[in-house]
Design a protein around this ligand. Structure first.
Ligand SMILES: Cc1ncc(C[n+]2csc(CCOP(=O)(O)OP(=O)(O)O)c2C)c(N)n1
Ligand SMILES: [Mg+2]
Length: 621
């Protein structure tokens, strides 16, 4: 056997850079490089290896959590066919990645985590940042990655790498199993040299499959759909990752079946397609929620049926409702006791197109849906319209961005009150134009995930819609975007606190407790004092961003024009009023349990309402 002497870290990179993915004949390197921060747990291992591998580019970031968000933003734009590796030191550098790793796994997005780990040799233990355990010398903080990883391994001997790396790749490239993969390499093992087989470093292409569903299950599904009077499709992220948009369009135009879209699935159909009911569930449109209430057969495509999609299991009220689930993941395909069409969305839809050639829903049903599409867009136009108040609403800001941006541009968001407004209001003009991380809704994803998205498609403008809370949680990657020359346009919406949770608090009778950015009022003991003297625009400028401070919708519109001409990351600062909100429609409930006993009358009232709402909640058995 021909071998080559490399350190474990060098061998890992040598292997990773020779891994490719291929789908539908298109091949690409699976890794675009490595994000990270060095510390004593990786500087001599991965640090040295990266330095001697300039063709596997290293990008220094400011926060390890951000590194993982960046990888996710990139991989999401690439429909999961390419991603980044992320390296960290041991201890806090490693655990900083856990939050974003959970987000990757929940959203089913591939990312490779390469935290350093405590010495395999143990002689120097405890090293700086080592978690000691009295019951085992085999524990490190890296055990905390296990529940958030789809594959987890620790390399204590160099030769273990030879069998571990193919498993790493199998999971990362599996459309069904993908998510965060964690490969822990102790700091002493990273630098150990070994004679690795040369064959291990040959180019390897991972062919991404498009599995077809079971033929009997498909036959049953056809029967169910043919006998349905009010079928409805719930389009999830799987439609887009599978690049099944055209197939979906063909099927719904042929059959007239309407479509509601989840957060990850928005853009599966364009906003003005007469079959598109738009956002569905807790933040759903009038039409989507009216249709889902009565639907007799629900065809979920690439959705994991989160509580936002099901309005906490109240969205489907037809007594006899049945689910057909097209999903690459068996686990998701079986949800709601569904008829599981386990397979790739695109090929399953192609089969349905062929087999449903003679099926069409009633004309009256189609017309109802088309009317909903139209009347909803009228509501959107109204929400977009400037009210003429000095301080605009968030909907006006969203309207201005949508109206100004090009169809191929991307709006990106993750947390706060903006996701719900965007879900309802954004006119999606291309299927990659609506980039919401709403599986984990992680504050901090916005700028870092946005940078990853920009790296995946530098030709598009990325408009990041970001609250003051989200900004303060992780503004750091503005600096990384400048360092690497990737321009982001950040719309920084300042409403002086956590407006979304403040609103939620009010709805549960909590009066917005603990959600405002204000001085403490010593008389009441609450955070209801004077506003804090924080200047976020100045803060962004201090990080190197070009900043436009705007104070009404006209100056905001002007700033959008100026920002378009900028070549570096630009922040447009605007204050909004949180009060003017979009209404909820139909069953748009979110189950947030309320105290059964309380000294507050408003909480008692909210609990009464909660008990009423809960009656609509269903099991699907
Ligand atoms: C890391 C993290 N912590 C807490 C939350 C819960 N949370 C959701 S939205 C939100 C407030 C966000 O504030 P901001 O970005 O200002 O947006 P706004 O609600 O004002 O629109 C909080 C605390 C979260 N989603 N992520
Ligand atoms: Mg806010």
């Amino acid at each position: 056997m021909k071998t080559i002497k490399l350190t474990v870290a060098q061998a890992t990179l040598q292997y990773l850079k020779n891994q490719y993915s291929e789908r539908d004949g298109v091949e690409q390197p699976f890794f675009a490089g490595c994000f990270g921060i060095f510390g004593h747990g990786n500087v001599a291992g991965y640090g040295q290896a990266l330095q001697q591998s300039p063709d596997f580019r290293y990008y220094m970031v400011r926060n390890e959590q951000a590194a993982v968000h960046m990888a996710v933003g990139y991989a999401k734009m690439k429909n999961r066919l390419s991603t980044f590796a992320c390296t960290s030191s041991i201890g806090p550098g490693a655990t900083n990645m856990i939050t974003a790793a959970a987000g990757a796994t929940i959203n089913r997005i591939p990312v490779l985590l390469m935290p350093g780990d405590i010495f395999a040799r143990r002689v120097v233990a405890p090293v700086l940042q080592q978690l000691e355990s009295a019951v085992s010398q085999d524990f490190s903080v890296n055990e905390c990655f296990k529940p958030v990883s789809k594959y987890w391994d620790r390399i204590n001997r160099p030769e273990q790498l030879i069998t571990s790396l193919p498993e790493v790749m199998r999971v990362l490239t599996s459309p069904a199993d993908t998510g965060a993969v964690t490969l822990c390499i102790p700091q002493d093992v990273q630098v150990e040299a070994y004679d690795f087989p040369v064959e291990m470093f040959e180019k390897r292409v991972w062919h991404i499959p498009r599995p077809r569903p079971d033929v009997n299950a498909l036959e049953r599904a056809i029967e169910w759909i043919k006998s349905a009077k009010k079928p409805m499709i719930i389009a999830g992220g799987g439609v887009i990752y599978s690049e099944a948009e055209e197939a979906l369009k063909t099927l719904v135009h042929q059959t007239g079946i309407p479509v509601g879209e989840t957060f990850a699935g928005k853009g599966s159909l364009l906003y003005d397609d007469p079959h598109n009911l738009g956002a569905t569930g807790a933040t759903g449109t009038e039409g989507a929620n009216a249709i889902s209430t009565e639907a007799d057969v629900v065809v979920g495509i690439g959705t994991r049926y989160s509580d936002f999609t099901t309005a906490s299991k109240t969205a489907f009220q037809n007594e006899n409702v049945k689910f057909i689930n097209i999903n690459i993941t068996e686990f998701d395909a079986h949800k709601h006791s569904g008829l599981a069409l386990t397979g790739d969305a695109k090929v399953v839809l192609e089969e349905l197109i062929e087999k449903l050639i003679s099926f069409k829903v009633d004309e009256s049903y189609q017309k109802k849906v088309a009317d909903f599409n139209k009347s909803w867009d009228e509501k959107v136009a109204l929400a977009y319209q400037a009210e003429g108040n000095a301080v605009p609403s968030q909907a006006e800001v969203i309207g201005a961005v949508n109206t100004f941006s090009e169809p191929e541009d991307v709006v990106l968001c993750a947390s706060g009150s903006a996701p719900g407004d965007l879900h309802k209001l954004w006119r999606t003009r291309n299927s990659k134009g609506f980039h919401l991380e709403y599986g984990y809704s992680c504050m901090g994803y916005e700028i870092s995930g946005g940078l990853g998205a920009k790296m995946a498609c530098p030709e598009r403008e990325i408009y990041i819609i970001l609250g003051d809370g989200g900004y303060l949680m992780m503004p750091s990657e503005i600096i990384t975007s400048l360092q690497e020359g990737y321009k982001l346009t950040v719309i920084l919406i300042d409403n002086k606190g956590f407006a979304s949770i403040g609103g939620l608090s009010k709805s549960i009778g909590g009066e917005g407790f603990g959600t405002k950015y204000s001085f403490r009022n010593e008389e009441t003991g609450t955070l209801e004092g004077k506003p804090l003297p924080v200047d976020l625009a100045l803060n962004a400028a201090s990080l190197g961003a070009k900043v436009y401070r705007t104070n009404d919708i006209d100056s905001f519109n002007e700033a959008l024009k100026q920002a378009k001409q900028e070549t570096q990351t630009t922040v447009i600062y605007i204050e909004t009023v949180p009060e003017r909100k979009m209404a909820g429609y139909g069953y748009a409930w979110w189950d947030v349990p309320i105290a059964e006993v309380s000294t507050s009358e408003s909480v008692q009232k909210a609990r009464e309402n909660y008990d009423e709402q809960k009656k609509n909640q269903r099991y699907f058995l």
